[in-house]
Design a protein around this ligand. Structure first.
Ligand code: BGC
Length: 717
C-alpha cells in the first residue's frame, strides 16, 4: 500500500487537471448507486451497494426498479443483530470477509455496511440491522467485520452517523441528547469503526437542530478534527437539503433517491456556488482528495491490480451457516426439553415463520438470495425421511410486499405503516388456522412452533407500534401450550417481543434473521446437532414501558426527541431501576453446564498508564462439548455522578469439551472504566475501588473481585 502522502500527492496531481464539472461529478450520485468517473484521467465511477446482509440486486440507473438480472443472486448473510448474538468477533470477521468478497465479486467499490446505531428502543424498525444496546459489544463485532470487508479492496461504509435510533420521522427528527450519553453510548461504536472504515454515512436525522449531513460540529469538529478521520463521508440517500452548509460541514458525496442527478445540491448548484465564491476551491478539492485517497486504498487508480472477489461460493455458504449456528439463543429450557429426540416418528411444525423467506424484505437491507433454508426445510433436512414432518400455518401473516416498484422511490415522503388493511383482511382466517393447529398439537409428541416477526414489522421506514407479536400469535402459542405443554417455541425477529405465555412454555429459542442458512442452524440446535451458544445482545423486557425511552415517553417523540434517559439505556437502565426483565442482556443457555473459578485481575498502573487484564477459568461440567461466552462487567466507583450499576468491559467465547477447562482473558479498554466528563471533553477513570464480575450474562454473575485505581486517568479515546 502506498503511504498516505503518496496517495495525497497523486490525488492533487489528478485534481489539478480537472474541470469544475468533472470535479462535482465525483461528488454526487449520477445514478442511484454510483458517482461519475473521469475516463480521460483514468478515474472510474465509485460504485456502491447496500447493504449489511449481502450485496443488493442491481437497480436501473435512475429508477427504483430491480433489473431482474439472472446473475445477481447472492449469499444472504446474518443480520447485524444475528451477528451480535454470536458474541464471536472471529465469526463477525468471517461475515465481513464474505460481504467484501461478494461486493467485489459483483464489481462494487463501497458496501453500505455495517449499521452500528445503538438499540435505544425495541420498536425501532431497523433494529435487526443494528447490533446491540451496548456500545462495547457493537464495537467489538463491527470492527472485525469492517476489517473483513476491506480485505477485498472494497470499502465498508459505517452507518448511520449519528443518533439515528428510530424510523418514525427519520428524515427530520431532531435528536437532543446530553453529551455524556452521546459519548458513552451512541458514539463509541462509530469511534472504533472510523479508525478502520474507509468511508462513513451521515444520517438523515438532525442533532441539536442541524441535519447530520450539514452538521459541522459532528462531521468536522468531532469526526475529522478530534478523531482524526481521514476517510470519505457519504450522505444517506436524500439526507442533503442544501449546498453550502453540507459542503462546509465536511460532507464529501451527496447521494439521493431521485433521478434528477444534475439538480442534486452537489451537482449544478455546487458548480454555481463555487463560481460565485460561496464555496472555496480548497474546500472542493479536499473532498476530491478524500475520494481519490479512498480509490487508491481500493487500488482503483493507475491500472493497479485489484482483487476480483467472488460470490455464491461454497465457503461463503459455510461461513453463513457457522455464524447462523452461533446466533441461535436458547432462552429457556425447563426439564431439559431440548434438544428434541431425532428418532423416527412424527413431528408437528406450526407457524408462518417456519416457511417464510425473510431475505427479500426489511428495506434497503433486502437481499435477492441465492436460496434461503427456512426452518421447515431445515427441520426436514436434519430429520431425514424416517420422520413424518407435518406443517400447519397456525396463523395467517400478511403476504410479503410486491417487489416490482421499490418503496425507496418515495422514501423521502412520510410513511405510515400500511399493514393494517392486510391485517384486517387476514384476521378472519386466524381462528380457523389456530383451531387446526391447537387440535393437532394435542396429538403429537413433538411440536415446534416457529413464530415471531417478519420484515413487515422489522423494517426500514417505520417503527413497530408495540412489542406484541402480530396476527394473534400470542393466543395461538398459549392455546398450543395448553394442548401440549411440551411444545417448543422458536421465535424469529429482529427485536424483543412480549411473551405473555412465557410461564407456560418450557423451551424457548430466539434467533434474529440469520441469513440463508438460518433455518438449518435452527433445526440443528432443536435436534441437538449443535449446542446453542448465542447470547442476547439486548434486554428482552416483560413490558414495553420497562424500557427507559418508553417509561419517560420519549419514543418516538414528535418533531424532536429528547434522550432524557441519559446513559440509562438497555441493561444500564434495568439494573439501575431494579427492573426484572424477561431475559437479561447477555443471556443464553447451553445444553451443557460451565463452572467458573479463579477470577484474576492484573493491574499495571502508573500515573500515565493504565492496563487492566482480567481472566478466569471455566470448566465444562456437563456431558456435551459446548461454547461459553465469558462476560466481564465492571462497576466503577459511585461518586457524585450517576454511574451504571455495571457495564460490559470484555468477553471471550471459548470452546470446551466435557471435563476440560479453559481460561478466558481480556484486556479492559480504559474507556470502559471511565465516564465522559463533559467539561473536559474527555473520558476520565477516577481513582477508587472498581468491582469486577465474571459470568455468563449481565445477571448471572459467578465471580467477583476488586481492583483499586490509584490515579485519575484522562483519555480522549
Ligand atoms: C438507508 C441507507 C441505505 C440507503 C441506500 C437509505 O434509505 O437509510 O441505510 O444505505 O438508503 O439504499
Amino acid at each position: 500500500m502506498k503511504t498516505k502522502e503518496e496517495m495525497q500527492r497523486t490525488a492533487r496531481q489528478l485534481i489539478s487537471q480537472m474541470t469544475l464539472e468533472e470535479k462535482t461529478g465525483m461528488l454526487h450520485g449520477t445514478g442511484l448507486f454510483h458517482t461519475q468517473g473521469i475516463p480521460r484521467l483514468g478515474i472510474p465511477p465509485l460504485k456502491m451497494s447496500d447493504g449489511p446482509m449481502g450485496v443488493r440486486s442491481e437497480f436501473e440507473n435512475g429508477q427504483w426498479k430491480q433489473i431482474g438480472l439472472p446473475d445477481d443472486y447472492v449469499t444472504y448473510l446474518p443480520s447485524g443483530t444475528a451477528v451480535a448474538s454470536t458474541w464471536n468477533p472471529d465469526l463477525a470477521g468471517k461475515v465481513g470477509e464474505v460481504l467484501g468478497e461478494e461486493a467485489r465479486g459483483r464489481g462494487k467499490d463501497v458496501i453500505l455496511a455495517p449499521s452500528v446505531n445503538l438499540k435505544r428502543s425495541p420498536l425501532c424498525g431497523r433494529n435487526f440491522e443494528y447490533m446491540s444496546e451496548d456500545p462495547y459489544l457493537t464495537a467489538s463485532l463491527a470492527v472485525p467485520l469492517i476489517r473483513g470487508i476491506q480485505q477485498s479492496d472494497v470499502s465498508a461504509c459505517v452507518k448511520h452517523f449519528a443518533l439515528n435510533n428510530q424510523e418514525t420521522n427519520r428524515l427530520e427528527v431532531d435528536v437532543k441528547a446530553d453529551k455524556r450519553a452521546v459519548h458513552e453510548l451512541y458514539l463509541p461504536a462509530f469511534r472504533a469503526c472510523e479508525k478502520v472504515s474507509y468511508s462513513l454515512m451521515s444520517a438523515y436525522n438532525r442533532i441539536d437542530g442541524e441535519y447530520c449531513s450539514h452538521n459541522k460540529p459532528l462531521l468536522t469538529d468531532l469526526l475529522r478534527k478530534k478523531w482524526g478521520y481521514d476517510g470519505t463521508v457519504i450522505s444517506d440517500w436524500g439526507a442533503v437539503h442544501d449546498t453550502t452548509a453540507p459542503a462546509e460541514a465536511g460532507l464529501d458525496i451527496e447521494m439521493s433517491v431521485t433521478d434528477n442527478f444534475e439538480e442534486y445540491y452537489f451537482a449544478q448548484p455546487l458548480c454555481a456556488a463555487v463560481r460565485a465564491g460561496k464555496v472555496s476551491d480548497t474546500l472542493l478539492d479536499q473532498k476530491l482528495e478524500n475520494i481519490l485517497v479512498l480509490m487508491q486504498r481500493l487500488h482503483m487508480l493507475g491500472g493497479e491490480k485489484r482483487k476480483p472477489g467472488c460470490y455464491d461460493t461454497l465457503p461463503h455458504q459455510q461461513a453463513t451457516l457457522a455464524a447462523a449456528r452461533e446466533a441461535v439463543v436458547l432462552l429457556k429450557n425447563e426439564d431439559r426439553l431440548l434438544p428434541l429426540a431425532k428418532g423416527a416418528g412424527r413431528i408437528l411444525v406450526i407457524g408462518d415463520n417456519a416457511v417464510r423467506a425473510h431475505a427479500p424484505g426489511g428495506g434497503s437491507a433486502e437481499i435477492k438470495a441465492l436460496y434461503e433454508i427456512t426452518p421447515l426445510l431445515g427441520i426436514r433436512t436434519v430429520l431425514g425421511g424416517e420422520t413424518d414432518v407435518r406443517w400447519v400455518p397456525g396463523y395467517a401473516a400478511a403476504p410479503a410486499k410486491a417487489q416490482d416498484e421499490n418503496w425507496q422511490a418515495d422514501s423521502l415522503k412520510d410513511h405510515a405503516r400500511d399493514e393494517t388493511a392486510e391485517d384486517r383482511e387476514t384476521a378472519a382466517q386466524q381462528k380457523t388456522l389456530r383451531d387446526e393447529a391447537v387440535h393437532l398439537a394435542g396429538q403429537y409428541d413433538r411440536v415446534v412452533l416457529v413464530c415471531g416477526l417478519s420484515h413487515l414489522q422489522d423494517t426500514e421506514g417505520a417503527d413497530r407500534p408495540d412489542m406484541r407479536l402480530p396476527y394473534g400469535q400470542d393466543q395461538l402459542i398459549s392455546e398450543v401450550l395448553k394442548a401440549n405443554p411440551n411444545a417448543v417455541v422458536a421465535l424469529i425477529g429482529g427485536s424483543p417481543m412480549e411473551m405473555p405465555w412465557l410461564p407456560q412454555a418450557k423451551a424457548v429459542l430466539w434467533s434474529s434473521y440469520a441469513g440463508m442458512e438460518g433455518g438449518r442452524a435452527l433445526a440443528e440446535v432443536l435436534f441437538g446437532e449443535v449446542n446453542p451458544s448465542g447470547h442476547l445482545p439486548e434486554t428482552f423486557a416483560k413490558n414495553l414501558t420497562d424500557y427507559s425511552s418508553h417509561s419517560i415517553g420519549e419514543f418516538p417523540g414528535g418533531k424532536s426527541v429528547d434522550y432524557k434517559e441519559g446513559i440509562f439505556v438497555g441493561y444500564r437502565h434495568f439494573d439501575a431501576a431494579k427492573i426484572e426483565p424477561a431475559f437479561c442482556f447477555g443471556h443464553g443457555l447451553s445444553y451443557t453446564t460451565f463452572a467458573y473459578t479463579d477470577l484474576q485481575e492484573k493491574l499495571c498502573e502508573t500515573e500515565q498508564k493504565l492496563q487492566l487484564t482480567l481472566s478466569c477459568q471455566i470448566q465444562n461440567t456437563g456431558r456435551r462439548a459446548g461454547k461459553e461466552t465469558v462476560q466481564f462487567y465492571v462497576a466503577a466507583p459511585q461518586n457524585d455522578r450517576p454511574m451504571p450499576v455495571r457495564a460490559l468491559c470484555g468477553f471471550q467465547k471459548l470452546a470446551v469439551v466435557p471435563g476440560e477447562t479453559a481460561r478466558a482473558e481480556v484486556t479492559v479498554p480504559v474507556k470502559c472504566l471511565s465516564f465522559y466528563d463533559t467539561a473536559l471533553g474527555a473520558f476520565v477513570a477516577e481513582p477508587g475501588e472498581y468491582r469486577i464480575f465474571a459470568g455468563c450474562s449481565s445477571r448471572d454473575l459467578r465471580l467477583q473481585g476488586t481492583v483499586q485505581l490509584q490515579y485519575r486517568h484522562v483519555t480522549t479515546e
